[in-house]
Structures are given as structure tokens and as C-alpha cells.
Design a protein around this ligand. Sequence first.
Ligand code: GLP
Length: 242
Amino acid sequence: MKIFKEKNYDKMSERAAHIIAAEVISNPKCLLGLATGSTPEGLYAKLVEWCDQGIVDFSKVRTVNLDEYKGLPKENDQSYYYFMNDKLFSHVNIDKKNTHLPDGTIEDADAACKKYDEVMEEQGEIAIQLLGLGHNGHIGFNEPSNGFSVGTNCVELQASTIEANKRFFEKEEDVPRFAYTMGIGSIMKAKKILLVANGEGKAEILHSALTGPVTPKVPASILQLHPNVVVVADEAAMKYFK
Ligand code: GLP
């Protein structure tokens, strides 16, 4: 595991964006695994900037996203579909037909998960999977549980996740209670994983995920078993690393 400790959020974003840009430059048709949340916003902004400057070309890039709230229409500004378009897809020269997210508007969870697994199967190997980190150690929306998920699954969000994500909604009741997420098994199949974390609020969970026991109670701890993980975090999030 390679760990980059960066001075602040901006430097973290720049480093992570460089890693993704390098992949796209060396493999223009690559499949990127993308993430939402506040952590990757800065790195998406850098990629938009570099695309504008002609440094990175997304015209052949394909993407799969980690997760989506169940029940939010695509035009809802809290859907991850909206987020990805708003932060990245609408500002770079990507072909939107090549971008994929779980479909949160499908009511039947089994059908939604099966459909997304088929999409992932069709797209093939993820060159880099970007991950943020939930306060309880979740990756995608894979919450702490008694076992690691394999394929796409429908998750009931835990109270702490609803609490953490309510800041984006008008009121807590508006936060969806369920989400579709790529499974841990699919995440672990990515060729490379890029985990980003910033701020003191992530310090404890980052430390236990990367140095504590590998357990489904801390889903991100499984990353310790992946052969090609790059962690990019700011100093505040790295507080407990010597
Ligand atoms: C959400 C997303 C995760 C993300 C996490 C952390 O729950 N499903 O993919 O990593 O939040 O979000 P943030 O980056 O805002 O701390």
C-alpha cells in the first residue's frame, strides 16, 4: 500500500487527480470507478480544469460509479447521478453514454442490483477505483455488517450515515433510507484502488481501517488485502499515523 500524506485538501485533491489523469493519459479507453461525497469534489474540479486545458482527454473514457440512493429521481439534486453530472461529466468531453451508475429509480431491488452487475460485467476490469471513506468505515454504501458483500446490493443506511449525509438535504427525513451499492467483491476486483480522505473527522476511521483487523465491521479494512492500493490523505486525516 502506498500512502501519500498531503498538506491540505487542495494538495490531496491535486495528488489524487494526478493519479487518475495519469491513468487516462496512458490508457485513453480505461474504465474508471468513480465515487461521490464531498471528498472527491476537489479532485473532480482539477480534472475539469486539466480537460479544459487539453491535458486530459475523456472522449474514450468509460465510468462506473459506486452507488446511488434508492428512490431519488435522476433530476433530484441529491441523487448521485446529478452529482456526477454536476461535478464532472457535464464539464469534460466524456460521452455520457459511457457513464454508468446504479439506477436508483428501479423499485425492485433484486432487478436493480442484477442490472448493475450486468453493466459492470459488460464494462470489464476497472483500471482505478476511487473511494471515499464513510465515518463508520463504509466504502461505496457498504455499511459495517457481519460479512463482506460480493456484487451490487441494496443497503439499509445506518443512523450514522444518515446523520453524516443529512447536511446535503433540507431535512433529515429527506435522506433516503436505502441505497444501491457496488459490492465489496467488485471493488476488490479493480486493478488499482485510490482511497481519498481528508479532515480530522476521518482520522480515527482511516487509521483503524488501514492498520486494524480486517473485519466487515470496518468495510474499508478489506483494502489491506488488495495488492495495489494508493491512499491520498491530508495531514489532518493522517493524524494517527506515525
Ligand atoms: C457517502 C458515499 C460514499 C462516500 C462517503 C463519504 O456515504 N456513499 O461513497 O465515500 O459518503 O463522504 P464524504 O466524502 O462526504 O465524507
